[in-house]
Design a binder for this molecule. Structure first.
Ligand code: GBH
Length: 479
């Protein structure tokens, strides 16, 4: 690639005084051999316990809030539950072979808390952990690096019965559980742990608008306190993972960071995005990276602001080894007198099969870029990116999901641009390996690069899996 325009030419083209140095718009000149991702860049896929495992009554597993919620009439499309899902609990060996055939180098899975502590605390159940030990061993034997998420929304029902995330005690229970599992699995060679997947999603949907388990609609004040309890749970868990894990253990979290995309390339709008990355994530990632709430966040909440102590804020700000960004869709922002404004999505904005999944691949550039600039994390992983599509099998038994390939190809190109400009992205996990239980959407929305026939559990790699394999094999050169 060669530099097409100088900075001055770009500025003239845009009618602005100067191109801001924060974000070079001129493509970096490629060094010879710099045509793809480095050989240490990790390519993986991700799943989560309740979405794939099934076997909800096996191995002594206790019920979680998602068992309760999915079995509550009217909550889930088509009344679907995760009782069987992809039957990954029984088929994980074959699925690891499938990953290997696709050339995957890493696999992100989650541990179901209620398999280890059926009622959330007390004595751990060895049988419950055995499943994850076998999975990890299988992955390592096949040269696939395990990345372990310790909480992907399946809170033990027994803890919800005691107030769930409204009860500050839950934060301590999470840390105990996470310390225990990190201790056990790190001895088997697992290095990468994530405390929590997407605080924002399960707090806002589970306790705010009631569309996810446990289906509550709390007041603004109670919700702000839940957010705080969850942040504290994360911070205490980072400390527990470090205390109990083997040497070299890495602690982080995965968050669906709101990604502000400057709607124009004017320096004002780019500055607006730099403000928005902190403020739009103030209740979550910003608090984690800065160990405090922003003034604006507290001011907007007013009397509804959470109660917190300096000690709690210090725990919340525990330094991380890595941050996982789950990125699907952009939020366009522009500059205003107050700093920034997030723009609503127009009705005709292109989207994938899920209504919310608007297609704006530039979020995969601005996400890592703005996070890097704002907080300089030690490492960034894209722990989820992918899309739903209305996959149909042809008479020849193929799934020709060129729509998903379009989505992935564009996202990967944008990620690479961020990386070339210094964002410390170390790996990428496509969501998802398999079609699976898409929460309130049930099995109706398919996100896998591998198709699952839910009648027979047969797996069929889609054309997007072949595309992804080719990206891995070529280290993304020519994307
Ligand atoms: C992730 O959430 C999850 O980590 C994963 O489990 C999930 O399967 C995957 O993405 C695909 O969805 O319906 O208008 O209320 C992504 C972030 C936030 C996207 C909540 C859907 C609901 C929007 N999600 N959002 S709406």
């Amino acid at each position: 690639m060669k530099n097409l325009w100088t900075r001055r030419e770009v500025a003239r083209l845009l009618g602005i005084a100067a191109v801001p140095s924060l974000l070079p718009v001129v493509a970096h000149a490629a060094a010879p051999g710099d045509d793809g991702f480095s050989s240490s860049f990790l390519w993986g896929s991700a799943t989560a316990s309740y979405q794939v495992e099934g076997a909800v009554h096996e191995g002594g597993r206790g019920p979680s809030i998602w068992d309760t919620f999915s079995h509550t009439p009217g909550k889930i499309a088509n009344g679907d539950t995760g009782d069987v899902a992809d039957d990954f609990y029984h088929r994980y060996r074959d699925d690891v072979q499938l990953m290997k055939r696709l050339g995957l180098q890493a696999f992100r899975f989650s541990v179901a808390w209620s398999r280890i502590f059926p009622s959330g605390s007390g004595q751990p159940l060895a049988q419950g952990l055995d499943f994850y030990k076998r999975l990890v061993t299988e992955l390592k034997t096949n040269g696939i690096e395990p990345f372990c998420t310790l909480y992907h929304w399946d809170l033990p029902q027994a803890l919800q019965d005691k107030g769930g995330w409204e009860n500050p005690d839950t934060a301590h229970r999470l840390a105990e559980y996470e310390g225990y599992v990190a201790g056990e699995l790190s001895r088997l060679g697992v290095k990468h742990f994530f405390t929590i997947n997407e605080m924002r999603t399960f707090v806002e949907l589970g306790y705010g608008n009631g569309t996810h388990a446990p289906g509550l609609k709390l007041t603004r004040k109670a919700l702000a306190q839940v957010r705080h309890n969850v942040l504290l749970a994360h911070g205490l868990s980072v400390q527990a993972i470090r205390a109990k894990g083997s040497q070299g253990v890495q602690a982080g979290l995965c968050e669906n960071v709101t990604v502000p995309v400057p709607v124009t390339l004017r320096s004002e709008d780019i500055q607006a995005a730099a403000i928005a990355i902190r403020e739009e994530n103030a209740g979550y990632l910003t608090a984690v990276f800065e160990g405090k709430y922003t003034e604006r966040y507290l001011r907007e909440l007013g009397d509804d602001a959470p109660h917190f102590t300096p000690d709690e804020m210090r725990a919340i700000g525990s330094p991380l080894d890595a941050v996982g960004l789950n990125i699907y869709t952009p939020t366009y922002v522009r500059s205003t007198a107050g700093g920034y404004e997030a723009l609503p999505m127009p009705a005709n904005f292109p989207r994938m099969a899920s209504d919310w999944l608007k297609v704006g691949p530039e979020c995969m550039y601005w996400g890592p870029k703005l996070v890097q600039e704002a907080w300089k994390p030690r490492a960034i992983y894209i722990t989820e990116n992918g899309c739903s599509a209305a996959d149909q099998m042809t008479a020849q038994g193929e799934i020709l999901d060129t729509d998903r390939i379009m989505y992935l190809r564009n996202c990967l190109g944008q990620m690479r641009k961020a990386l070339n400009e210094g964002a410390g992205v170390k790996g990428y996990f496509v969501w998802s390996l398999l079609d699976n239980y898409e929460w309130a959407d049930g099995y109706g929305k398919r996100f896998g690069v591998v198709y699952v026939d839910y009648q027979t559990q047969k797996r069929t790699p889609k054309l997007s899996a072949k595309f992804y394999s080719s990206v891995i094999a070529s280290r993304g050169s020519g994307l």
